[in-house]
Design a protein around this ligand. Structure first.
Ligand SMILES: [Zn+2]
Ligand SMILES: [Zn+2]
Ligand SMILES: [Zn+2]
Length: 353
């Protein structure tokens, strides 16, 4: 009998050690997943948690001792992880992810009335006022050197924010305006430079006459081939985009072509910073090939000397070892996110995570 209870005891100890080891693994995995948005890691965590649940489920001691996980059961975490795993299945920055994972948002802009007021300090005060109102739920508050942009979900919240700011003493120092949402843009590549009149394209794509639809860029892509190719960007209303998106193709020239969202992020080719173009650049030239103070087009080096992303380096991002504008490019993707937040898309299935 005493021998039997000994076995029982060491069995429990080893199972407890097993569980504790697995929990430690899960915590490590969660940390690395949050850092990298890694689908593989997410799935590993899911399987580890399932293992833990199985072990806990199999615990059945003859003396009636059971081990109950500290947080009740793991099903809530499992659901959450399954949701994240599904989200990570989708590539970022394509039509699908923009449509299904972003909630529809609106934005208000708060600017100081007088040039004497420091917009950054004002932004901090605005944040505080909003934070103090428990009933206000806003998505994001972005403060920059000109204004404070407050991103919200609905008109109701906009009303509440306006009211809260008006009733506060900073109400006298500010102008509040609602930001007009940007119209969605799509881009495509076509194999001709001969395209029809915009109204013809509109009719062929069955876009109602009263819907905005225009070409904002149409330029030839340099090529050595005799076949010309053009890069075309359309800007349109939400309704027009919905029609084209449902079809998955846009009829233009003599083809039905695929397209992708175009976010028109301004990237400066002179100083390699985001937010303006070369035409408006006040900074010194930086070479994208060798990181010296001359314009990239005047570079004497025949081979690219640097492997860092200058956009992210100038932005102050931690990870700079990637290609600029690639899917790992933090500063570029953050700029896209900001534009997505103020673009009039049709979001149907809201996923919060
Ligand atoms: Zn610049
Ligand atoms: Zn150079
Ligand atoms: Zn980058």
């Amino acid at each position: 009998m005493s021998e039997n209870s000994d076995t029982n005891c060491s069995g429990k100890t080893s199972m407890a050690a097993d569980i504790s080891l697995k929990v430690t693994n899960v915590v490590k995995l969660v940390e690395s997943m949050v850092n990298t948005r890694n689908k593989n890691t997410c799935d590993k965590i899911l399987s580890e948690l399932n293992n833990i649940n199985t072990i806990i489920g199999s615990l059945n001691f003859s003396d009636g001792v059971t081990i109950v996980p500290a947080e009740g059961n793991n099903s809530e975490i499992l659901n959450k992880l399954e949701q994240i795993s599904k989200k990570l299945d989708k590539p970022r920055n394509n039509n699908e992810s923009t449509k299904n994972t972003r909630p529809k948002t609106k934005a208000i802009i708060v600017k100081p009335k007088s040039p004497e007021t420091n917009p950054i300090e004002l932004g901090a005060e605005i944040k505080q006022v909003i934070k103090n109102c428990e009933s206000i739920n806003c998505e994001n508050i972005i403060v920059n050197a000109q204004a404070t942009r407050i991103i919200v979900r609905d008109d109701n919240t906009i009303g509440k924010i306006k009211e809260a700011l008006k009733n506060n003493e900073i109400g006298q120092k500010i102008n509040v305006e609602q930001l007009k949402q940007l119209q969605p843009q799509i881009s495509c590549v076509i194999t001709t430079d001969q395209i029809e009149d915009i109204n013809v394209i509109k009719r062929r794509n069955q876009i109602p006459e009263d819907q905005a639809f225009e070409i904002v860029v149409n330029k030839e892509i340099p090529t050595k081939s005799k076949f010309k190719r053009n890069y075309v960007v359309f800007r349109m209303s939400r309704v027009a985009r919905e029609i084209i998106e449902k079809r998955g193709k846009i009829y233009i020239g003599c083809e039905a072509t695929s397209f992708r969202d175009n976010f028109n992020v301004r990237v400066c080719s002179k100083c390699h910073r985001i937010g303006h173009t070369e035409k408006f650049c006040m900074n010194e030239s930086v070479c994208g090939g060798c990181n010296v103070n001359h314009h990239t087009r005047n570079c004497q080096q025949t081979k690219k000397q640097i492997s860092e992303c200058l956009l992210c380096k100038h932005f102050g991002a931690v990870d700079v070892k990637h290609k600029p504008k690639s899917k790992d490019c933090y500063s570029y993707n953050a700029a896209i996110e900001r534009i997505v937040q103020i673009t009039d898309f049709d979001y149907q299935n809201e996923v919060s995570c």
